[in-house]
Design a protein around this ligand. Structure first.
Ligand SMILES: C[S@@+](CC[C@H](N)C(=O)[O-])C[C@H]1O[C@@H](n2cnc3c(N)ncnc32)[C@H](O)[C@@H]1O
Length: 256
């Protein structure tokens, strides 16, 4: 089976606009949280919400009627000395775009509870919760049940475990990207929610984690990121390397 792995270096909206209507089976992604990471300019709350809203409108257009999404966000995020309800912001954008939320998966990041930002130590004055969990917002475009039968790649054991809505796995680290998710996260989404040969899109692809996993699972994949440095790194990595898999992958790179 011939599959295509396409990387688009562009702003999310331009990148998505370059895709055909009804062309994507599954969106798996982790958007920027607007907390001042090296890859995000400090945008206003209004501009961030506009980006989330416009992205979700494009998700609606590019997803097939039975297309699905799994969007990884934190419940809340502290920035500018206030806590923002990031999950709620994306839920609103998803619903406003006409997409439907079906489920949530709690990602128990078993290794991330070591920070010592307590707020007020041993006092009810102003304690801070130390985050050790994020969430996957899971949903669909028009209908959850797939319109066609296809080949699934998930094992019975993984299906039993991954259909439980708490996934425990440590955070990942990368030498060249400050906020990667572990390969296991997109792997579970892709195997649970798509068939072999389907088309997966990650519109905030970062270091290319989703592209590598989707390619290895024999899914077509489109990754978008506006950062030229990350795109160059992906092209040099084994997410974009002809030699890591037999010759049945076509790699495409576009700069918009
Ligand atoms: C949380 S990171 C994704 C990391 C990815 N899941 C991984 O494992 O490598 C979010 C990415 O979104 C990209 N990004 C931020 N704003 C963007 C925009 N407006 N358009 C396209 N990409 C954007 C950033 O460059 C960053 O790489």
């Amino acid at each position: 089976m011939m599959i295509t792995s396409k990387l688009i270096c562009a702003d999310v909206i331009d990148g998505l606009r370059s895709l055909e209507d009804n062309s994507i089976d599954l969106i798996v992604t982790s958007p920027p949280y607007n907390v001042g990471k090296e890859y995000e300019t400090d945008v206003s709350k209004e501009d961030y919400l506009l980006m989330a809203n416009n992205s979700c409108r494009e998700f609606k257009r590019v997803l097939k009627p039975d297309g699905r999404f799994a969007i990884n966000v934190p419940f809340t995020m502290g920035s500018h000395s206030i806590t923002r309800p990031v999950m709620y912001e994306w839920e609103n954008a998803i619903i406003d775009a006409g997409l439907t939320i079906r489920d949530y998966v709690v990602w128990n990041q078993s290794n991330s509870g070591n920070d010592t930002a307590w707020g007020s130590w041993k006092s009810a004055s102003c304690p801070w919760l130390r985050h050790q969990a994020e969430v996957l917002i899971v949903g669909y475009n028009e209908q959850w049940k797939k319109l066609h039968k296809g080949e699934s790649s998930i094992s019975p054991r993984d299906f039993m475990q991954w259909t439980i809505d708490v996934w425990t796995m440590p955070c990942a680290r990368s030498k060249f990207h400050p906020a990667v998710y572990p390969e296991e996260l997109p792997k579970r989404c892709i195997e649970l929610f798509s068939y072999v040969g389907d088309t997966v899109c990650d519109p905030f692809v970062g270091s290319g984690t989703t592209m590598k996993v989707a390619r290895d699972l024999k899914r077509n994949v489109v990754g978008i990121d506006r950062d030229r440095g990350y795109c160059d790194k992906i092209r040099q990595s084994n997410a974009f390397n002809q030699t890591t898999i037999d010759g049945s992958v076509e790699y495409v790179y576009e700069v918009l």
